[in-house]
Design a protein around this ligand. Sequence first.
Ligand code: T3D
Length: 264
Amino acid sequence: MDEAPVLVEVRSGYRVVTLNRPQRLNAFNEAMHVALAPALAEAEADPSCQALLLTGAGRGFCAGQDLSDRVAQPGQTAAVCDALGTYYNPLVRKLRALPFPVIAAVNGVAAGAGANIALACDIVIAARSASFVQAFARIGLVPDCGGTWFLPRLVGAARARGLALLAEPLSAEKAEAWGLIWKAVDDSMLMLEAEQMCAHFAGAPTVGLGLTKRALDAAETNDLSAQLDLERDLQREAGQTPDFAEGVRAFLEKRQASFTGRRS
Ligand code: T3D
């Protein structure tokens, strides 16, 4: 029997989701999409899940679309738009909308959609040997999965254009220096760092963090006045959580806060 294309491990307070087609550098085929969507939905539905760690099996993080599913017959063109509408775009929207932090542990090359799915996560930690490749230009495609949206916002217009048009690999260290990712770490430390971060989030005031994600996303399109109104509304919501009450009590009592992170 084929190995499952996505592995899910439930840990205390968080889940590890591993893309698992290592012989293809975890390139996406339909089966992987079909397995990943419910894995994310189940994490969201589990009130004890306060963070999600996304990584890849083997030596790659994800090489984007499996191109062996895109071989056109002579004189024909391969239909690519369906997969974006049906799978990739809902995936990116879901990663952004999950009400807890999503950490990408980029263990190796992240190419095409794989690179931009990593960038859709809230925090990207990469192994020093990893690289990010906007591989689309090499095969005549346009950066998708939010690439044209994330890149200029993260690294500025000049670097975004260079990455998208040249499709050269960007090392993890340079990605950190350019502000594309949170940090690059030694390969041997990647999973430990990512797991420690998830364990931290497993003891965090999750509702406030989920609302923070919403505010930061909205800031990409709001003007200052609209953003101030949104912050007021979200703060009202955060202020009603038991975690806010506990945070204030703990501060005044000069002790470590003990958050429940309860989302429902
Ligand atoms: O629906 C739609 O189609 C639209 C959506 C598009 C989204 C996209 O992601 S389009 C972009 C697709 N991805 C790419 O173009 C990247 C293709 N891969 C590469 O350029 C290179 O493999 C890498 C730069 C990622 C890594 O290079 P390297 O030298 O480390 O590894 P390799 O030897 O090229 O790959 C190892 C194996 O994985 C190899 O198979 P083999 O020879 O050992 O049997 C290779 O063919 C396979 N592989 C890597 N990427 C893909 C792949 N097989 C199918 N699809 C891939 N994307």
